[in-house]
Design a protein around this ligand. Structure first.
Ligand code: KG4
Ligand code: ZN
Length: 344
């Protein structure tokens, strides 16, 4: 079977990702490479957009070289170049988009602009144990928290979303309150593992709202109030707070996900986005899956956070379905881009 090689480039935030995916037959990831800017942004307590853009410029070519050499393929064999068109930081997106469009034009191949969240949504399809359409997706990243019904490539219906902070954002902001380094999510969840359950109990926002929307900013405020009450929490108190915070978020995410599955009459749940790496969330969902007749799918840990493989995959599925490819050349990026608009 002749190969159908799709290169994927991700540069929407603080990770530069490049990957090569062979869309022929069952499809197969041939190689991928990633550079995370976490260390660079750490001193500032968050992502500095201009530094992010400049670093993407430095990293893209070396990562592409590595992917081509690891896969043993030549640039001339690439059939299409997929890249993240949005949402994300405008400057960072421009770097990846300009590079991808330029490369596609030089190769005389089409370019495929990809929605970053579509990449996250489809990322569990990179696993050997992959879900089949239709499924419900819980998308929990730094910028987004949504429940979606996924009927096929490009066929997404929003069931609910956060009204304020995204789950990852709530993790990051709460971590900052507790003096943990950026990015806060992994640090906070590591601390929570040492906390005692039930010692700090925080509200479960919108747990019983009857819809699939979330709200997490009140939870962050509750943590702030708790920290102020204590004054200078010691390590044990911080761990208990982290535990209470994580339990509250996980409770809401689990209950809403199960409700969405019931509403749609579906049995498959896909968890995608950075917060999908959270071990407590996985434990709780797996425990539920044991009781209810549902199956939960996660991307591999390395594909939970931003990466090029999910963009190459989303591009490959679009390329195969004959949707959304364009002649390389003029392009736009879409820093704000609701996923619902993909349905068009
Ligand atoms: O999907 P992602 O890499 O980037 C966006 O598209 O936003 O998600 C990053 C988010 C950050 O907020 C980070 O703190 C959070 O995912 N995160 C976690 C964990 N690992 C990453 N949150 C909770 N527990 C984790 N283990
Ligand atoms: Zn992301």
């Amino acid at each position: 079977m002749p190969a159908m090689l799709i290169l994927g480039i991700e540069s929407s935030c603080d990770e530069t990702g490049v990957a090569l995916y062979d869309a022929a037959g069952e499809g197969r990831l041939l190689a991928h490479a990633l550079h995370s800017q976490i260390v660079m942004h750490r001193d500032y307590g968050g992502v500095v957009p201009e530094l992010a853009s400049r670093d993407h410029i430095r990293r893209t070519v070396p990562l592409l070289r590595k992917v081509m050499s690891d896969s043993g393929r030549a640039l001339g064999e690439i059939d299409a170049v997929a890249y993240t068109q949005g949402p994300g930081l405008a400057g960072a997106l421009l770097v990846g988009a300009a590079f991808a469009e330029g490369l596609a034009a030089a190769l005389g191949r089409p370019a495929i602009p990809v929605h970053h969240l579509e990449g996250h949504l489809l990322s569990p399809l990179l696993s050997r144990r992959a879900p089949a359409f239709p499924f419900v997706a819980l998308l929990v990243s730094g910028g987004h928290s949504q429940l979606m019904r996924v009927d096929g490539v490009g066929r997404y219906r929003r069931l609910g979303e956060t009204l304020d902070d995204a789950a990852g954002e709530a993790f990051d902001k709460t971590a900052k309150l507790l003096g943990l380094p950026y990015p806060g999510g992994p640090a906070l969840s590591a601390l929570a593992e040492r906390g005692r359950p039930g010692v700090c109990r925080f509200p479960r926002p919108m747990l019983d709202s009857g819809d699939f929307d979330f709200s997490f900013s009140g939870l962050k405020t509750a943590v702030l109030t708790r920290v102020r009450e204590i004054g200078q929490p010691d390590e044990r108190q911080c761990a208990d707070i982290a535990r209470g915070f994580q339990d509250a978020i996980v409770d809401v995410l689990v209950k809403k996900s199960l409700g969405a599955l019931r509403r749609c009459g579906l049995g498959q749940l896909v968890v995608a986005g950075g917060v999908g790496a959270n071990r407590e969330l996985r434990r709780r969902l797996d425990a539920q899956a044991g009781k209810a007749d549902i199956t939960v799918f996660y991307p591999e840990f390395e594909f939970c956070t931003d990466n090029g493989a999910m963009i190459a995959l989303a591009g490959a599925l679009r390329f195969k379905a004959g949707i959304a490819q364009k002649t390389a050349g003029a392009f736009v990026v879409r820093p704000r881009w609701p996923l619902g608009e993909l349905m068009g």
